[in-house]
Design a protein around this ligand. Structure first.
Ligand SMILES: Cc1ncc(COP(=O)(O)O)c(C=O)c1O
Length: 424
């Protein structure tokens, strides 16, 4: 007997649910077991950086204890092992974001450096006086300041597609701003301050119709959503390892090969050249043209271990778990009188940003910390977002795959406690 599609679908879904056992997953993250101020740690600062699973810690330790050597130039065994691990990591990243070839994966220090790289190379070459760079109103400073530096140097102009009160990009306004003066669109995939999932596929399609390339800042998307750079047709895609359970100080710039080939190098130094004389230097092929100097080898190895870890859990299962958690947390928080959620987009991922009537976010964060609850307070490097809502700061709880419904309840209880303290 064969199952009807509906029954088969629901049984597949329940298997998916069964497979994702958050209590078991938590055991993979040693940092989560600690107590803070005598309370079990509730780590909800994942948009700033996430905790690392043992698989990442062990992969990096293995490199430093057994394979530590410089890459690409050595003929000895350790150097060959290190080079193989570093280049294998590139393949892991390529598959994870479904890029076409390894040469399109440039290893950098993080999303910030990836964006600066594009601004300093593609931007310098292609943006001239009077041109425009189009951003959105929900960008992180990392996706604003590099373009301002470029615009200042070139006499170009930054334009900003507005957001509505829910924190969604106004697509009508965005489309209207795509004039021939725009030489590049750069947008977040997910907002770190609001949690909005930006419709980047649609924005890329609209931009490409006008022949405008698009950079997507995926720093907050890669930890939460399955990203397929080819399905998106993104020209550039940037993300950081440390937000997706990998090490700090490491990240990725994906770029379409033809664009990367045409771009001048970013920094000069070892490894990015094929020959050097005082008269003339010729540059190395992709991706090495953009990787000057000894890279963060252990960083690449750690990132690959992190991505393998997430793949092993099943990205769909992770997404479903996080979606349920966000819905549950949203329900609990919106039931608290005097709490206002900042960022209520229909499509959201990973972030619960809020303000409490009459209570400064820093005070809220400090009291929550006493309860063992780690959240972030401030402008979240997105001051224009705060200005848009007319507030100086928010308290932000941000989720990861290891968070639980009990932690959402602890957060809600912690917030009520904050309110009690201030009611006195
Ligand atoms: C949306 C967004 N873009 C860029 C960045 C910068 O990432 P990094 O500091 O790892 O370079 C962040 C970090 O919070 C972010 O949230």
């Amino acid at each position: 007997m064969s199952l009807s599609p509906a029954v088969a679908d629901s049984s597949a879904r329940s298997q998916l649910k069964k497979r994702f056992d958050v209590d078991r997953v938590r055991l993979d993250f040693p940092a989560l077991a600690q107590r803070v101020h005598g309370k079990p740690l509730v780590y909800l600062d994942n948009a700033a950086t996430s905790q690392k699973p043992r698989a990442v810690l062990e992969a990096m330790e293995h490199f430093y204890t057994a394979d530590c050597s410089n890459i690409h130039r050595g003929v000895h065994e350790l150097s060959e092992r290190a080079t193989a691990a570093y280049e294998k990591a590139r393949g892991v990243v390529r598959r994870f974001i479904n890029a076409g070839v390894d040469q399109e994966i440039i290893f950098v220090r993080g999303a910030t450096e990836a964006i600066n790289l594009v601004a300093a190379t593609y931007g310098r070459r292609n943006v001239q006086a009077g041109d425009e760079i189009l951003l959105t109103a929900l960008e992180h400073h990392s996706n604003i300041v590099p373009w301002q530096i470029l615009a200042e140097e070139k006499g170009a102009r930054i334009r900003v597609a507005p957001i509505n009160d829910a924190g969604e990009v106004r697509m009508d306004e965005f489309a209207a701003m795509l004039t021939p003066r725009v030489k590049l669109v750069s947008t977040a995939h997910v907002s770190n301050a609001l949690g909005t999932v930006v419709p980047v596929r649609q924005m890329i399609e609209l931009s490409h119709r006008q022949g405008i390339p698009v950079l997507v800042d995926g720093a907050q998307a890669v930890p939460h959503l399955k990203v397929d750079v080819r399905a998106l047709d993104a020209d550039f895609y940037a993300f950081s390892a440390h937000k997706v359970y990998g090490p700090t100080g490491f990240g990725v710039l994906y770029g379409k090969r033809a664009l990367l080939e045409a771009m001048p190098p970013y920094q000069g130094g070892g490894d990015m050249i094929s020959s050097v004389s005082f008269e003339k230097t010729t540059y190395n092929v992709l991706p090495y043209k953009f990787e000057a100097g000894t890279p963060h080898i252990a960083g690449a190895i750690g990132l690959a271990a992190a991505l393998d870890y997430v793949t092993g859990l099943g990205q769909e299962a992770v997404e479903e778990h996080e979606r349920g958690l966000l819905e549950y947390g949203t329900g609990l928080l919106t039931a608290i009188p005097g709490l206002r959620l900042i960022g209520t987009a229909r499509e959201k991922a990973g972030v619960l940003s809020f303000v409490l009537e009459g209570i400064h976010p820093h005070d809220a964060g400090t009291i929550l910390d006493q309860e063992g609850i780690a959240v972030r307070t401030g402008h979240h490097c997105a001051q224009p977002v705060m200005d848009r809502y007319g507030i100086p700061a928010t308290t932000r709880a941000s989720l990861a795959l290891y968070n639980t419904r009990a932690e959402m309840e602890a957060l809600a209880a912690g917030i009520r406690k904050v309110q009690e303290v201030f009611a006195l």
